[in-house]
Design a binder for this molecule. Structure first.
Ligand SMILES: Cc1cc2nc3c(=O)[nH]c(=O)nc-3n(C[C@H](O)[C@H](O)[C@H](O)COP(=O)(O)OP(=O)(O)OC[C@H]3O[C@@H](n4cnc5c(N)ncnc54)[C@H](O)[C@@H]3O)c2cc1C
Ligand SMILES: *[C@@H]1O[C@H](CO)[C@@H](O)[C@H](O)[C@H]1NC(C)=O
Ligand SMILES: *[C@@H]1O[C@H](CO)[C@@H](O)[C@H](O)[C@H]1NC(C)=O
Ligand SMILES: *[C@@H]1O[C@H](CO)[C@@H](O)[C@H](O)[C@H]1NC(C)=O
Length: 537
């Protein structure tokens, strides 16, 4: 009842302030005129600009909202939507928004857990720049590299690489519909990270439109800005148009397995052991574990061990026998496959689905979700695992997804790119709650679940700061959910995401976007020349 009335008041407030402030925006014709002057002659304006109340606006806005929490009528909507088809149209869009003092949100694949790519937490005027049309990919096998536009998804990139070679791959996330725009600018972790690092560790060059509307490549933007966009989180430094990525070698045959264990099969002891060895295994061997609830009459949870090994079944069996015999992995568990098929397998498609599924931008079912995460630096006591088990089993509200660190990740310096969570971490854990029912009561239950698990985990995870991963964006990490305007406000979440790199990010931001044109609730604040650095430390 209480929650319901708050909800009503808020939605009234939102619609009031949107309609009242939109009158301050220069009329749509002025904006349209600006675009027609700035954009290349060949531009079809009705494909670039979409206004509220039109079918194309509704369709486009909705097209890649991945978290259904932010489709509600009370979610602040953009004043206008821009769907550029090339870099010059992005440039024109940026320049016209700047001229009209209209803040810009940029969206590539729309997977941001807090929806910051297409909504604002507080009602303000903004335009939405949607990059879904920017998705060309050109693969150069001879030079082991590829240029990929930021609106292209990981699935599209994987598919295009595999079209040309079965022994090249790219180390990035599991979910094919995540786009390279947000993913790589926030880091990008996946089953190859112990061997090859993050997606952001494998970027050779990039093109971006900066706050002055210039199109810059690595040489033109300079090494500071190029450093910042490789893990500093999208949306603070400009609109990234495309990445040049380094392809990595993969063997023709990889081996995957999925082994499920219930508590009566020793699941809790297995997870206890896993956490002491997974980060130390050979870097060819990625072995993750999820703790998920099992549907059924009785509420239960089980451990799902998932591996990807860069080699054949025989060698994998030897490694497993030596390092983790308790799991009792057997030859029949092996699934030998090509790298590209392993990307399907990790996307949950292991029943002979065609490779073209990787190109399906609607593959990921849309759902309501809330995620939080932690980095773990020392093994968690068995008694705590038992308690975690109960929380997953009895409430059935969410799951734990754990990725082992180590290998290449421990060799890369914390300051190499903005993503700082390197040596010393044994695994990374995501607490993810998903649901399908839009009731506010249901939402509260799920938000509470993630909050409770997060609180429970506090003694066992990294501290000072309690580290977090910017690609698993979480607005609870800040003091208030509004835009952080000062460094000390932003530091609260900024040092969790970036540790010592946060200050350097703010300095770069001050150099390239001193007026803070590219901003959202969790964008990097600019540190300007006149600011007292000592007050910052
Ligand atoms: C189902 C699901 C699975 C996931 N799996 C993984 C995983 O395996 N590994 C992993 O590391 N992460 C994973 N993530 C997190 C994912 O990497 C991040 O949410 C990522 O930022 C999404 O990128 P996007 O372009 O799809 O999202 P968007 O919502 O479009 O963008 C995310 C952020 O980047 C900004 N941005 C987007 N494009 C640009 C651009 N071109 N220039 C500048 N800024 C830009 C946006 O403004 C926003 O702040 C997953 C998320 C979901 C929902
Ligand atoms: C411009 O785009 C609209 C909408 O897609 C289309 O109907 C129209 O024919 C296009 N105009 C030209 C000149 O191509
Ligand atoms: C938005 O997308 C969702 C999920 O794909 C769909 O169920 C819904 O009907 C769409 N809404 C609009 C207004 O298009
Ligand atoms: C890969 O997957 C495709 C489609 O599911 C299948 O036809 C093919 O046999 C698989 N190949 C390998 C080497 O795994």
């Amino acid at each position: 009842m209480g929650a319901c009335s708050i909800y009503l008041t808020l939605s009234l407030l939102f619609s009031f302030s949107i309609s009242s402030s939109s009158s301050s925006f220069p009329d749509q014709d002025t904006f349209r005129r600006c675009l027609s002057l700035r954009a290349p002659l060949s531009t079809n304006l009705s494909q670039l600009l979409h206004l509220p109340g039109t079918p194309s606006y509704n369709y486009l806005l909705n097209s890649s909202i991945q978290n259904l929490r932010f489709t509600s009528p009370s979610t602040p909507k953009p004043l206008l939507l821009l769907a550029p088809a090339d870099a010059l149209q992005v440039q024109a869009s940026v320049l016209c928004c700047r001229t009209h003092g209209l803040p810009l949100r940029v969206r590539s694949g729309g997977h941001d857990y807090e929806g910051l790519s297409y909504r604002s937490e507080k009602p303000t005027d903004f335009a939405l720049l949607d990059l879904a049309k920017l998705r060309s990919i050109s693969v150069d096998i001879e030079r082991s590299s590829a240029w990929v536009d930021t609106g292209a998804t990981l699935g599209e990139l994987y598919y295009r690489i595999a079209e040309q070679s079965s022994t090249h791959g790219f180390p990035a996330g599991n979910c094919p519909t995540v786009a390279t725009g947000g993913h790589i600018s926030g880091g990008g972790l996946g089953p190859l990270w112990r061997k090859h690092g993050l997606a952001a560790d494998n970027v050779l060059d990039a093109k971006l439109v900066d706050a002055k509307g210039r199109i810059l490549d690595r040489a033109a933007m300079g090494e500071n800005l190029f450093w910042a966009i490789r893990g500093g989180g999208g949306a603070s430094f400009g609109i990234i148009i495309s990445w040049k990525v380094k392809l990595v070698p993969v063997p023709p045959t990889l081996t995957a397995f999925t082994i499920k264990r219930a508590p009566e099969q020793g699941a809790i002891e297995l997870v206890s052991k896993w956490q002491t060895i997974a980060h130390d295994l050979h870097e060819d061997l990625f072995l993750k574990v999820n703790i998920v609830s099992v549907e059924g009459e009785e509420r239960k949870a089980e451990a799902v061990f998932n591996s990807l090994f860069l080699g054949d079944c025989d060698r994998l069996l030897q490694y497993m026998e030596r390092s983790f015999p308790e799991l009792e992995m057997e030859e029949k568990d092996c699934r030998e496959m090509s790298w590209i098929n392993s990307t399907l397998y990790y996307a949950g498609l292991s029943h002979g689905e065609p490779l073209e599924s990787l190109l399906d931008r609607g593959l990921q079912p849309k759902e309501f979700n809330k995620a939080k995460c932690d980095y773990v630096m020392k093994p968690i006591p068995t008694s705590a695992w038992e308690a975690i088990w109960e929380r997953v089993a009895e409430e059935g509200a969410g799951s734990l997804y754990m990725d082992p660190c180590g290998g290449k990740m421990s060799e890369i310096l914390e300051s190499e790119v903005p993503y700082p969570h390197r040596k010393g971490n044994i695994f990374f854990v995501q607490y993810l709650s998903t649901w399908e029912d839009s009731g506010i009561g249901v939402e509260n239950e799920h938000l509470k679940w993630t909050g409770r698990v997060f609180d429970f985990m506090a003694p066992y995870v990294s501290s000072n700061p309690r580290a977090a991963y910017v690609n698993y964006r979480d607005l609870d990490l800040g003091k208030n959910k509004g835009i952080s305007t000062t460094y000390s406000e932003a530091r609260v979440w900024g040092e969790k995401y970036f540790k010592g790199n946060f200050k350097r990010l703010a300095i770069v931001k001050g150099e390239v976007d001193p007026e803070n044109f590219f901003s959202n609730e969790q964008s990097i604040p600019p540190l300007l020349d006149g600011d007292d650095l000592r007050a910052w430390s």
